[in-house]
Write a protein that binds this ligand. Structure first.
Ligand code: ADP
Ligand code: MG
Length: 692
């Protein structure tokens, strides 16, 4: 029997309940289970010399206790140092009893297993599995034949059940070969799928764990390439399907555009001109545009969006601009209003927090086509909103939205097979191979030039004990130099309420320490009007210091602000910090950003902060961010599973993509029958979102 046809319930121990749990991880057949691969491997039996351990390894060591002490701080820690002659390592316990400390008496022989990290005092392992060995056990060596695989799992499904079930599945695999889908001539020298699966579920003890963890073992490469091929094929198919989509072809006469450009106090940068041209060219076609504009913070993406909007409005259609925060919506509304009012174009706005009457008035204007340009948050996709003739949707800071939200907005402009044009703007550049692989069909324009006169932002990092100095610095900047400053309070324990509270407290304290300065406060829980009032005051120079939560991350634009203090930057991701920092450096004077961090910093936070201190290059920073966080989050596809793979990783395996594309092409030409099989094996249901 084919393993693909063998239901998972054919295995012992899989009843309705377990089958339901397995379904949640997309395992329905025995073949599915075989493609549910281990995330990690452990070798609990192999004992490592401490000197051989590298950061991040999960292994066993054995050694005698050198010292064992309780360190008192905010939280007490039991630290036990052991040595095996080759080196030493510290075992950390945050939860411990007095008896544990007694067990770790000097000279006791301890065996422990865990993930090793480099700490302040060399190698450390926190809450390891451990045992104190008695004299007679010292020589006893147990043996196991295989490495222990650790499977990705969900609540209710235990590792040992997965071990047991894969044991059974592997027996079936021995008897019924799994179907080799890739034509062998395309994959010479590669190990067979059958062997690769056997190996990866139960690697022999002498397998190189490091290689397996890095996913560079030939068995893994064999699976990765197949998954990438399946992904490429599904993208190519979608691309073909989209050829049938139609859109509204724009016929702008360019009058309004000319009028706007004349009214501006500056001229477009060359990059803005080039990108606007590219967009205009797309809009004239009768196929939907799907274009991503990448441009660093402050590169002037908004104006490019405005020019695109004008071309559509001139042609008699509506434009919707969707942004992730109310503050940004308001900011855009001000900008667009300023640009469009002299052209007699009404700019509507739709926010979740609006009063019902106001909302109704706005939605009416949208439906009647009186608002030809609408700016809003995800309130735009609510059911009550319908457009008269929406032909362009613009999404700003797309990484903050899920693909689904963008699709819902697109639906509002869809009529049968006529789709609105889409323009996506982001300051988080994504490597081209990634965008091409994650979106079926995406053209990319890059604004690779900042408007003239911008200065680099000098970033420094200071521990929170230097707070007084930082406050003094704010005073100097505002009082002596006549500049303005931001003080950003970051998320506390993932709670917006606490973050707002922290910002309020900080504003009060700063006002007390800086009585001569005018201190304002803006956070997400304030009413729209209140926020607007404070922002206007700051913009107008009536406030010196603006204390804010991360709501000001995007879009706020005050050229006279030249200093930003960010509290607890260690809580934020790189891209977010770069965005925040981009609120300064918008005028012509030297700007500074102070990262006021809490000690001790984790290794990862140190890395992030160092990257920011040394670089202002959004492209470089984004690449680092991608490496740290993985592509799913950056592409905004995490929620939909689009960028989630069983084993491949678009970034890590980037160099395999050309080969995968090559083979995918060959299959599309000569082996059409394989396509549904590959699709089913690797993609399941998840490729429906790529239509975006
Ligand atoms: P971002 O790309 O980060 O969205 P914005 O569109 O907010 O950047 O633009 C940042 C600032 O630069 C705005 O104040 C905008 O008016 C200004 N700006 C845009 N284009 C130019 C230009 N060509 N010359 C001078 N200033 C510009
Ligand atoms: Mg912007």
């Amino acid at each position: 029997m084919k393993l693909e046809k063998m239901p998972i319930t054919a295995l012992h121990g899989v009843g309705i309940k377990v089958a339901e749990l397995l379904a949640k991880i997309n395992v329905h057949s025995v073949a599915d289970l075989l493609f549910h691969l281990p995330l990690h491997y452990q070798d609990r039996m192999r004992r490592y010399a401490i000197a051989d351990i590298k950061e991040g390894m999960r292994v066993s060591v054995q050694g005698t206790v050198l010292s064992c002490n309780v360190h008192c701080g905010k939280r007490s820690i039991l630290k036990c140092k052991i040595t095996d002659g080759s080196g030493s390592v510290t075992l950390n316990f945050f939860h411990f009893s007095a008896s544990l400390q007694n067990e770790f008496s000097q000279g006791a022989l301890v065996k422990c297993f865990g993930e090793f990290r480099r700490g302040y005092q060399g190698l450390e392992v926190t809450h390891p599995d451990y045992s104190i060995l008695q004299e007679k056990q010292k020589i006893k060596i147990k043996s196991a034949e295989k490495l222990t695989p650790i499977y990705p799992t969900i609540n209710g499904l235990k590792q040992y059940s997965l071990l047991n079930l894969t044991d059974q599945a592997l027996v079936h695999l021995q008897q019924n070969k799994i179907e080799e889908l890739l034509p062998t001539h395309l994959l010479d020298h590669q190990i067979s799928l059958h062997d690769a699966l056997l190996y990866l579920h139960r690697p022999p003890l002498d397998a190189c764990i490091e290689q397996l963890e890095n996913k560079t073992h030939p068995a893994q490469q064999r699976l990765i390439i197949e998954e990438l091929i399946a992904q490429q094929i599904s993208m190519m198919e979608l691309k073909l399907a989209k050829k049938a989509h139609r859109s509204y072809s724009m016929q702008p006469d360019g009058k309004l555009t000319k009028q706007l450009l004349v009214a501006l106090t500056f001229s477009l940068t060359n990059a803005q001109k080039r990108v606007s041209e590219e967009v205009l060219c797309d809009l004239k076609k009768s196929q939907p545009m799907m274009r991503l504009i990448q441009g660093d913070v402050g590169s002037g993406k908004t104006l490019v969006a405005a020019l695109a909007a004008l071309a559509v409005i001139e042609s008699g259609y509506q434009v919707a601009l969707m942004v992730p925060t109310e503050l940004l919506a308001e900011q855009h509304c001000i900008n667009f209003g300023k640009w469009f009012a002299p052209l007699n174009i009404n700019v509507g706005m739709l926010l979740g927090k609006m009063k019902a009457t106001e909302k109704r008035c706005q939605t009416e204007n949208i439906q009647l086509g009186l608002s030809r340009m609408v700016v809003g948050t995800h309130a735009l996709i609510s059911n009550s909103v319908s457009f008269k003739n929406l032909a362009l949707i613009i999404v700003d800071e797309q990484h903050r939205f899920g693909v689904e939200q963008r699709l819902s907005l697109r639906e509002k402009g869809q009529q049968q097979d006529i789709y609105p044009h889409q323009l996506i703007m982001t300051a988080t550049p994504i490597p081209r191979t990634l965008t091409m692989t994650a979106y079926a069909d995406l053209d990319v324009s890059v604004i690779d030039e900042l408007p003239p006169g911008r200065t680099n932002i000098k970033t420094i990092a200071l521990p929170s004990v230097r707070r007084k100095d930082v406050i003094e610095r704010v005073y100097q900047a505002c009082k002596n130099a006549g500049r303005q400053a931001y003080w950003v309070c970051t998320l506390v324990d993932n709670s917006e309420a606490l973050e707002c509270q922290a910002a309020e407290d900080t504003a009060n304290i700063l006002q007390l320490s800086l009585p001569e300065l005018r201190v304002g406060l803006v956070h997400g829980r304030m009413k729209t009007l209140e926020k607007q009032y404070v922002m206007d005051a700051f913009r107008g120079g009536e406030l010196d210091l603006l204390v804010a939560t991360t709501v000001i991350e995007v879009g706020v634009d005050v050229a006279n602000a030249s200093l930003m203090v960010i509290e607890n930057p260690e809580r934020l991701g790189l891209a977010q910090l770069h965005q925040l920092r981009g609120r300064v450096g918008r005028g012509e004077m030297a700007s500074h950003c102070v990262l006021l961090y809490k000690v001790p910093l984790s290794q990862a936070s140190k890395r992030r902060i160092n990257i920011l201190r040394t670089s202002c290059d959004g492209f470089y920073i984004a690449k680092q961010d991608l490496l740290i966080r993985g592509p799913g989050e950056v592409l905004g596809t995490r929620q939909t599973g689009l960028a989630e793979f069983k084993i491949a990783d678009l970034l890590r395996d980037e160099e395999l993509i050309p080969q995968a594309q090559h083979i995918a092409n060959d299959i599309m030409l000569h082996h059409l029958a394989l396509i549904p099989l590959l699709n089913k094996r690797w993609l399941g249901k998840k490729n429906q979102y790529a239509h975006a």
